[in-house]
Design a protein around this ligand. Sequence first.
Ligand SMILES: C[S@@+](CC[C@H](N)C(=O)[O-])C[C@H]1O[C@@H](n2cnc3c(N)ncnc32)[C@H](O)[C@@H]1O
Length: 157
Amino acid sequence: MTGGATAIPEVQALVRVLATGRDVAELGAAYGETAALLAETARSVVTVELDPGRVAVARERLRGIVNVELLEGDAYEQLRGRGPFGLVFADGGRPYDWEAVLALTEPGGLIVKDDLSPGRPVEGDVVREFLLRDRRLAAAEILATPELAVIVASRLR
Ligand SMILES: C[S@@+](CC[C@H](N)C(=O)[O-])C[C@H]1O[C@@H](n2cnc3c(N)ncnc32)[C@H](O)[C@@H]1O
């Protein structure tokens, strides 16, 4: 039903751990599956989805979960002026506006970028160049599976 739109279980487990005790923003709620898991460990979750059909499914799934807020629309518009957040799960909203994502992240907070092909060079890859090279961040690229990499970055200042 979700047609590959939901983070894989390995990534869900990772962000669920990293969300512990944090205020979380998720860019791209899709059907709300990962938001529901994040809510189990996070202090609060704000999740944003552009697609109205997906929002409707997510709204049903997230109904009654008191620490989740589901917003409909463009994540950058909806989250402008919100936060800062202890974890930003950047899982929708291409092309990513990394300065906006950074602005949403509190110092010491984390950014997670899902769904990367492993083994690609940093140079020429706008996602990797920002997250792995920007001096305001400390970051690591890790394999969630042999075929899928994730970058976890912390905001230093
Ligand atoms: C990979 S899916 C998100 C999966 C979700 N994080 C999960 O694991 O359950 C990406 C989603 O981002 C949404 N999206 C794309 N651009 C967006 C934007 N600018 N603002 C909010 N959502 C967006 C898409 O409609 C899609 O549902």
